[in-house]
Design a protein around this ligand. Structure first.
Ligand code: GAL
Length: 427
């Protein structure tokens, strides 16, 4: 059953069993398939390792297409650079796919918005260079893109600058709004009827915070602050906005789908995950929001779904020390998946999960992140599908946690290294 549901806040696996490695992502719907572009992270540092492209018929099953933009031999995304928040739009005037991204040095002191192009959505993109406005590169870091229904393309940057792109999308033609969100990062925009909505995160590095939004009758404004995207203190359900995708449901209705990152620095491949939820729209006051968190939901109906109840076994671990572990033997049916149930909190650390055959051969292992600024109890991790058989689960504390620093030196992330699990469930 879980096979048709989007599972929030847990890493996903592609059809080869590898983690879906696409963060700060966007979706491009093309010829009946969804294409997911995102940052192809590593598990130990922040250097640019490429932008990935995955595709899916249903937003649940993902196939790795390629590194749409691999690390470059030189230039803004060459060695010792970072690349973030990749976005792709098909340019209606040229028919080409144009990629936009933030490129920078490792200290975030040389920000540029760069563009790359491809004739096929899932092709390898060719670097064009910095995006320019009046001939000058745009020196901003966090960015997003938005395509209006008439095909006009926009680039949004941190602090809330909005540029209308040229017809070929290869330059920024006009700064239509400026500084609408001082201190705002990771802009994401959509249009609902005749109302434009733009979301921002706050500057908390890889940490989540209460994201907020503004609305306007046009991308040029006037923009009005409208409040938080999700209930105060939920830290946008432990996520940071990246994109709003117009999702067409099976009944033909289109709903704006919020896409946000649950970063896990430095172990972004193993543990960073996504939170995708349909945005609730209230036409009485033209407001949007994410009033509830759905751990699982069906992208065909836009309704929450239940994770299969499955067989459950106690798997109790509560420790902050290094090397505490539990071992548990279990047998599972064909294509069953093992879900770890527990609590994530401000003091959470990383656990190492290993699934081995009775002869000791490891069939799967991954770190599991137990950190979240807003506490959560539920499914913390779901492994890829297993083949029927007997296995041993080993869950071990690592004494390590997600910790990172803001540019001003402020320490952010977990306050401890605690791992708290109560059960495993076979789903
Ligand atoms: C975030 C930003 C991310 C990344 C991170 C690095 O605030 O949204 O894209 O730049 O900071 O600390």
């Amino acid at each position: 059953m879980s096979q048709s549901l989007i599972l929030n806040g847990v890493p996903w696996f592609d059809d080869d069993g590898h983690a879906v490695n696409a963060h700060g992502a966007c979706i491009v719907e093309d010829a009946g398939r969804y294409h997911l572009f995102g940052e192809y992270k590593t598990d130990d540092e922040n250097r640019f390792a490429g932008f990935s492209c995955y595709s899916s018929p249903d937003l649940v099953h993902w196939r790795f297409e390629r590194l749409a933009l691999p690390p470059q031999p030189d230039g803004p995304l060459g060695p010792n650079r970072i690349g973030e928040r990749v976005k792709v739009m098909r340019c209606p005037a040229t028919g080409r796919y144009v990629m936009f991204a933030h490129a920078d040095d490792l200290g975030y002191r040389d920000p540029l918005i760069v563009i790359a192009v491809s004739d096929a959505v899932n092709g390898e993109y060719r670097m064009v260079g910095p995006l320019r406005h009046h001939g000058e590169p745009i020196r901003r870091w966090d960015m997003g893109t938005f395509q209006d229904i008439d095909g006009t393309g926009y680039l949004m940057t941190h602090e809330g600058d909005i540029y209308r792109l040229s017809d070929d999308y290869l330059s920024a033609e006009e700064l239509v709004a400026s500084d609408i969100a001082p201190g705002g990062e990771s802009p994401a925009m959509t249009r609902i009827g005749d109302t434009y909505v733009i979301m921002f995160s706050n500057k908390t590095s890889w940490d989540r915070n209460d994201n907020y939004y503004l609305s306007a009758p046009s991308p040029a404004g006037p923009w009005t602050y409208r409040g938080l995207v999700a209930p105060q203190g939920s830290c946008t359900w432990n996520s940071q906005c990246s994109f709003i995708f117009p999702l067409t449901l099976a009944d033909g209705r289109t709903v704006p789908m919020y896409m946000g990152d649950r970063w896990s620095f430095p172990h972004q491949v193993s543990c960073a995950s996504q939170v995708w939820l349909p945005l609730h729209y209230d036409d009485v006051d033209d407001s949007i929001g994410l009033p509830d968190y759905w751990p699982a939901w069906d992208p065909r109906t836009g309704e929450p779904g239940d994770l299969p109840s499955g067989r459950e076994m106690a798997a109790e671990l509560d420790s902050s020390a290094l090397g505490e572990e539990i071992r548990l033997s279990f047998s599972c049916g064909e294509r069953e998946r093992l879900a770890v149930i527990g609590t994530t909190d401000i003091d959470g650390g990383y656990a190492m999960l290993t699934i081995a055959e009775p002869n000791g051969t490891t069939v799967f292992s991954s770190l599991v992140d137990c950190y979240s600024p807003t506490p959560y109890t539920g499914v913390m991790f779901v492994c890829p599908e297993l083949t029927a058989g007997d296995y041993e689960l080993r869950l071990r504390t690592t004494g390590e946690a997600s910790v990172f620093y803001k540019k001003d030196g402020t320490r952010l992330g977990s306050t401890g290294t605690r791992v708290r699990t109560t059960a495993i469930r076979l789903i």
